[in-house]
Design a protein around this ligand. Structure first.
Ligand code: NAD
Length: 359
């Protein structure tokens, strides 16, 4: 089977971490008899320099024509003087809209080997941690009606939280499907004790649940979920929630992992199409110095294997290879403790490829 991947290396450390990730995917292909074909396209600052705009139509067309998109990072000080709408980061919003990416997946995975970097007590995360927050990405209060108005008491402003049944059903299905590919446990987070939109959310999630009898579903109010994430994080597996609650909870959950260089993410559209990228930015301070940690991008590729291509064993293998490299004590600078030997981007990629080879 041929899997077509649009590659957007982008700016700063983007091309460095993407290069290592491609090597990892090629090794997976070689081992399991899959063929991954890569088409490299421009977005971000490099697209501004070469094509005069951050998201050329050609990039959108090639992404749409691919099975998945793998993105490094965009942006950097070179383009900071540009007005908001022309900046490289606008390419990300443009891609979300053009590719219909309505579901954002942010895993918070703590490798046991990096437990020291976790701010929680060791007993709370013993054995590691593996949570995925599924955040609705194109609806809710960030996209609802908003206005600044004059009132008798002076100026006021409002933002409307609105969800349709279709939007909730669509994101709930993504979350249930994900739960089926993991441990069959789903927590839906809302504020149904106060908000009408949350009561609709809960009703629709319960309706979708009927199609997934094997998934154990529970509901948390968002304030309780925020508390439980630091009190007893291991009770969670997949969390599904609205745009604003997901924005906050995914950042909270990700903090337990210790380094931004370890955090993958995915944004999905209907039909398993997805864009996969590390959570970190283009890290201009270390760009071109062979210092970037490629693990977040490699783990994003593992998500691509699992969620878009349905290659569950291959995805597990890539994660296992990352774990093995960490267990052997190899650390890039961002996750190294004082006195530990430091490896560079390329060596890190090579070690992960070697680990895959030996499995
Ligand atoms: P950043 O994530 O690029 O860097 C923050 C800090 O983390 C830096 O010290 C950096 O060296 C370090 N870091 C980040 N990724 C790392 C990695 N893989 N390995 C080792 N260290 C790593 O965030 P920033 O400095 O706020 O932003 C830099 C640029 O990236 C800006 O132009 C910003 O707009 C852009 N940005 C892009 C994206 C994206 O493309 N998705 C996301 C965030 C920021």
């Amino acid at each position: 089977m041929d899997y077509r991947i649009a590659l957007i290396p982008g700016d700063g450390i983007g091309p460095e971490v993407i290069a290592e990730t491609v090597k990892v995917l090629e090794k997976v292909g070689e081992k399991h008899g899959h063929s991954f074909s890569f088409t490299e396209v421009l977005a971000g600052g490099c697209a501004i320099d070469n094509k005069g705009e951050c998201l050329p139509q050609e990039t959108i067309d090639i992404c749409r024509d691919s099975d998945a998109v793998l993105l490094g990072a965009v942006g950097g000080p070179k383009w900071d003087h540009l007005p908001g709408k022309e900046r490289p980061e606008m390419a990300l919003l443009g891609l979300r809209g053009a590719l219909g990416l309505f579901a954002n997946l942010r895993p918070a995975m703590l490798f046991e080997e990096l437990a020291d970097a976790c701010p929680l007590k060791p007993e709370l995360v013993s054995g590691g941690l593996d949570i995925v927050v599924v955040r609705e990405l194109t609806g809710g209060i960030y996209f609802g009606k908003k206005e600044i108005i004059e009132t008798e008491d002076g100026v006021a402003a409002y933002d409307v939280e609105q969800y349709s049944e279709m939007e909730v059903r669509r994101i709930a299905k993504v979350a249930f499907d994900m739960a089926m590919k993991r441990n069959r446990k789903l927590t839906s987070v809302d504020k149904a004790n106060v908000l009408e939109s949350s009561r609709l959310w809960r009703r629709v999630v319960n309706e979708v649940a009927k199609d997934y009898p094997d998934v154990e579903l529970n509901h948390f109010y968002v304030d309780n979920a925020a508390m439980q994430l630091v009190r007893e994080p291991k009770q969670f597996d997949v969390i599904v929630t609205s745009n604003i609650f997901g924005d906050i909870l995914s950042d909270e959950a990700s903090q337990v992992t210790g380094s931004i260089g370890m955090l993958p993410s995915a944004s999905l559209a209907t039909g398993n199409f997805g864009m996969y990228e590390p959570v970190h930015g283009s890290a201009p301070d270390i760009a071109g110095q062979d210092k970037a940690n490629p693990m977040a991008t490699i783990l994003s590729a593992a998500m691509m294997l699992r969620y878009t291509f349905g290659l569950l064993d291959e995805a597990d293998e890539v994660e296992e290879a990352v774990r093995k490299v960490l267990a052997e004590g190899y650390r890039t600078a961002d996750i190294a403790k004082e006195g530990e030997d430091i490896i560079g981007t390329r060596q890190c990629g090579r070690l992960i490829v070697d680990a895959l080879d030996q499995m």
